[in-house]
Write a protein that binds this ligand. Structure first.
Ligand SMILES: Nc1nc2c(c(=O)[nH]1)N[C@H]1C(S)=C(S)[C@@H](COP(=O)(O)O)O[C@H]1N2
Ligand SMILES: [Mo]
Length: 395
């Protein structure tokens, strides 16, 4: 008999450990690694990692729906401006969308890394100098379905094609200004925004990233108050990084002199698998390209202009090439603006004979990263950045 299991805290801790070890094992983490992570995180990490079933719900014509997630349809971006309208922007929510009331909502900033812990109201934040940035937010799992297509191995999770990305103009206050107000110490190392959703999704970023000029606490998206699904009343924008860093429904920002951990930087959002013995933690997104076409689009044969967009978490795009049916690579024309950590629109003329075709696009970014032909598998299906064959039919 384990009497101590009657103590609720002990019981809960033990069950969480059992549960999270099972989950970690399913994800291919070694026991040693798991224990290292568990020690590092005090097991507070065990919550989360809970997988929401990917049910293809309703027939919302604007999205591919994997409730509660919604994938943008790339064909809807043809002829759009630089940003994705809010009503077309993809949604990735681990569990639920909390409906928060700005009259009672507060943003707390606290932890060992600040001298003046504080709690700010919505009004107080709106009264601070604002900053606006056009940047992408992209899910680390964007492109996951292509591991099945090209590596013959499906990874669990939402089977996104390329529509779990979007650029918006985000408006809010610089996180650096908030941290300064809270008296951030020179000895602080990590900054962890906490979501007010029921899972309390949270993931730390290093202080250096938190202090970047374009890292924002956002309260408006394309000039409208942040929609509930995108984090109302406030979310983080962490440019270039995996989407999960851009925590929605933020209620607390913890600043610490010690490294911080949660399940979202230990058991998930790392690379696990044979090709990644060190299980690197995910930070920047890779370089990717997408055509503004439906998957399997039907096009009229003959000459036409193909359009698309390319982006990278490492900087602006320097070159995009396209190829039809495995033929020679041709330079696409890049259209301004070409904003780092956002995307560039491009176009290229083609002449399609009647029949089925495979379109490929590949981009290179300022750091010289160029989309590869293949990508090694990782068990959670993150960061598929290989060149994709987009099927179309001219008829
Ligand atoms: N609190 C909270 N923040 C979150 C999430 C979440 O489930 N809860 N999902 C993250 C993930 S995985 C992504 S990709 C982005 C998606 O942002 P969007 O739904 O506004 O497109 O939000 C991130 N922020
Ligand atoms: Mo994500």
């Amino acid at each position: 008999m384990r009497d101590d299991l009657k103590d609720q805290a002990v019981y809960e801790r033990e069950r969480l450990e059992q549960w999270s070890w099972r989950a970690a094992r399913e994800l291919g983490v070694s026991r040693r690694k798991f224990l290292q992570l568990a020690v590092a995180t005090g097991l507070a990490t065990a919550l989360g990692g809970v997988r929401v079933p990917s049910v293809r719900a309703a027939d919302d014509p604007d999205f591919f729906v994997y409730a509660p997630n919604r994938e943008m349809r790339w064909e809807r971006m043809a002829g759009q401006g630089y940003v994705v309208p809010n009503k077309l922007f993809f949604v990735r929510t681990h569990k639920d969308t909390p409906l928060l009331d700005t009259t009672t909502w507060r943003l707390r900033i606290d932890g060992s890394g600040v001298d003046n812990p504080l709690a700010l109201s919505y009004q107080e934040i709106l009264a601070m100098p604002s900053a606006s940035e056009r940047r992408f937010i992209e899910c680390a799992g964007n492109g996951r379905s292509f591991f099945e297509t090209y590596n013959g191995q499906a990874a669990p999770g939402t089977p996104w094609k390329l529509g779990a990305v979007g650029v918006a103009e985000w408006t809010g206050v610089r996180l650096s200004a908030l941290l300064e107000r809270a008296g951030v110490k020179a000895t602080a190392v990590d900054v962890m925004p906490w979501g007010l959703d029921s899972l309390g999704v949270r993931r730390p970023i290093p202080l250096e990233k938190a202090l970047d000029d374009d890292t924002l606490l956002v309260y408006a998206m394309n000039d409208a108050p942040l929609p509930a699904d995108h984090g109302y009343p406030a979310r983080l924008l962490v440019p270039g990084w995996v989407g999960v860093a851009s925590i929605k429904w933020v209620g607390r920002i913890e600043v610490s002199e010690q490294p911080l951990y949660s399940t979202w930087n230990t058991t998930t959002y790392r690379l696990f698998g044979d090709a990644y013995p060190d299980n690197p933690v995910l930070t920047s997104q890779q370089v990717k390209s997408a055509f503004e076409l439906a998957w399997g689009a039907r096009l009229t044969p003959g000459p036409r202009t193909l359009t698309g967009r390319s982006w990278s978490g490492a900087g602006s795009i320097t070159q995009v090439q396209i190829s039809v049916d495995g033929g020679a690579w041709m330079q696409a024309r890049l259209h301004k603006p070409n904003i780092p950590m956002a995307w560039v629109r491009w176009s290229a003329p083609v002449d399609l004979a009647p029949g089925e075709h495979r379109l490929r696009a590949r981009a290179t970014d300022r750091m010289g990263n160029s989309q590869p032909d293949s990508v090694p598998f990782n068990t959670q299906g993150y960061l598929y950045w290989g060149v994709i064959e987009h099927p179309v039919t001219a008829c």
